[in-house]
Write a protein that binds this ligand. Structure first.
Ligand code: SF4
Length: 338
C-alpha cells in the first residue's frame, strides 16, 4: 500500500490512541545523524549497535514499547540516512575500531527490512560502506519484524556480504517477546504468529543465516514472577527444538522488561499494577539455557527509555548485575552458579 506522510501520521496517531500510548515522536533530531550507537563486548568480539534515524515503526502497537518515540513520524529520505551512515564510518569509528569490529547490529527502532521506513538504497549503501571500511566483520545483524523478510532481499544481501574482505554472515533479529500466544498477541499486541515466525526461519535457514530472537521477561501486567520465568523457559525449549530441526544458529536476546515512558506499562506501574522483574529471575532463566543448542544474551541496557524506578535493576543488584555482564561477555554459566 502506498501512503503519503499525512496518511501515515493519521494511522500512527490512531494506533497510539487505540493502544493507550502517549509519547511524542522525535522531530527535532538532525536527520543526518544516527539516533544512537554504542559498543558491546560479547564473546564474538567487538560489536557496534547502531540505530539509524528513519520513519518510525509502522506496527507501533506493542504494549510496552516506546521505541517509535526515538524516530520520526515523517519520511527520512535515503540521502539523509546515507549521511548518517557516512557519519559513523567517517567520523565515529577509529581506524583501530574499524579493524577490530567483528559484528554490527543495525536497527532503526523498528524494521530495517521494511522499505517504507528504511530505504533500500540506504541499506545497500550501508553494506557497501561496511565492506569497504571494516574488513573483519563476521556477522551483520538486521533488526526487523519477520513479515518483512523476503527471499529477494536475502539473496541480494547474501551476495553482497560475500564480497567483503572476510565473508560476513547475516543474522536476522526479530521480536518474539513472549512464548505464550495469548500473551504475545492478545495482551502484548505483537502481531507475530508462529506460522509467520516459522516461515521466516525456513527462509533464513536456506541461506545458512543466523537468527536472534528478542524475548522479554515479564512483558505485561498481571504476570507473576514464576509465570514470567516459565514463559521464557518454554521459549528456550521451543527455540532449541527449532534450532535442531532447521540446523540454524539461534541466539535468544532476553530483555528484562523495564517500564517504558508513555506506554500502558507506565500507566499500570503508576497505579501499582506492575512491577519490573527481579534480577534473580533473570539469573534463573539464564541457567535454564545451559546445555541447550541456542545461545543467550541478556539486554541490560534500558537505553534511557525507562521511567524513574521502573528499571529491573535496583539498589543491591550491583553484584548480580556484574555477574550477568560477565556472562554476556564470556557465555560462561559458572559466574551465575556461584
Ligand atoms: S516492539 Fe518493535 S514492532 Fe513492536 S512497536 Fe516496538 S518497534 Fe514496533
Amino acid at each position: 500500500m502506498v501512503m503519503d506522510n499525512n496518511q501515515f501520521t493519521d494511522i500512527i496517531k490512531k494506533i497510539n490512541q487505540e493502544t493507550g500510548k502517549f509519547y511524542d515522536f522525535l522531530e527535532a533530531h538532525n536527520p543526518r545523524l544516527p539516533s544512537d550507537y554504542w559498543f558491546q563486548h560479547p564473546p564474538e568480539g567487538l560489536t557496534l549497535f547502531l540505530v539509524l534515524y528513519t520513519r518510525t515503526c509502522r506496527w507501533a502497537r506493542c504494549l510496552g514499547c516506546n521505541l517509535p518515540s526515538r524516530e520520526s513520524q515523517f519520511e527520512v529520505p535515503f540521502y539523509d540516512i546515507m549521511k548518517q551512515i557516512d557519519h559513523i564510518f567517517d567520523f565515529v569509528l577509529s581506524r583501530e575500531q574499524k579493524e577490530n569490529l567483528r559484528k554490527i547490529i543495525l536497527s532503526n527502532n523498528g524494521s530495517v527490512l521494511d522499505e517504507f521506513t528504511f530505504s533500500t538504497t540506504a541499506l545497500i549503501y550501508f553494506v557497501a560502506k561496511m565492506n569497504m571500511n571494516c574488513p573483519n566483520i563476521s556477522v551483520l545483524t538486521l533488526e526487523t519484524r519477520p513479515e518483512y523478510v523476503d527471499m529477494e532481499e536475502l539473496e541480494v544481501l547474501h551476495r553482497a556480504l560475500q564480497e567483503g574482505k572476510t565473508s560476513t554472515n547475516l543474522e536476522l533479529a526479530v521480536g518474539f517477546e513472549a512464548f505464550d500466544d495469548r500473551i504475545r498477541n492478545e495482551i502484548f499486541n505483537k502481531g507475530v504468529s508462529m506460522e509467520t515466525f516459522e516461515s521466516m526461519v525456513e527462509k533464513t535457514a536456506q541461506y545458512g543465516f543466523k537468527l536472534k530472537t528478542y524475548f522479554m521477561l515479564k512483558p505485561v501486567p498481571g504476570m507473576s514472577e514464576e509465570a514470567a520465568i516459565e514463559d521464557i523457559v518454554k521459549g528456550i525449549n521451543y527455540l532449541d527444538t527449532i534450532s535442531r530441526q532447521h540446523n540454524i544458529e539461534i541466539n535468544m536476546h532476553l530483555n528484562p522488561t523495564f517500564v517504558a515512558r508513555g506506554t500502558v506499562l507506565e500507566t499500570e506501574f503508576r497505579k501499582g499494577n506492575y512491577k519490573p522483574p527481579k534480577l534473580e529471575s533473570v539469573q534463573k532463566v539464564v541457567l535454564a539455557a545451559q546445555w541447550k543448542q541456542i545461545s543467550l544474551y541478556i539486554g541490560l541496557n534500558d537505553e534511557g527509555l525507562a521511567v524513574s524506578g521502573g528499571s529491573f535493576c535496583g539498589e543491591g543488584d550491583e553484584e548480580l548485575l556484574e555477574k550477568l555482564q560477565n556472562f554476556n561477555q564470556t557465555g560462561d554459566f559458572s559466574f551465575l552458579k556461584e
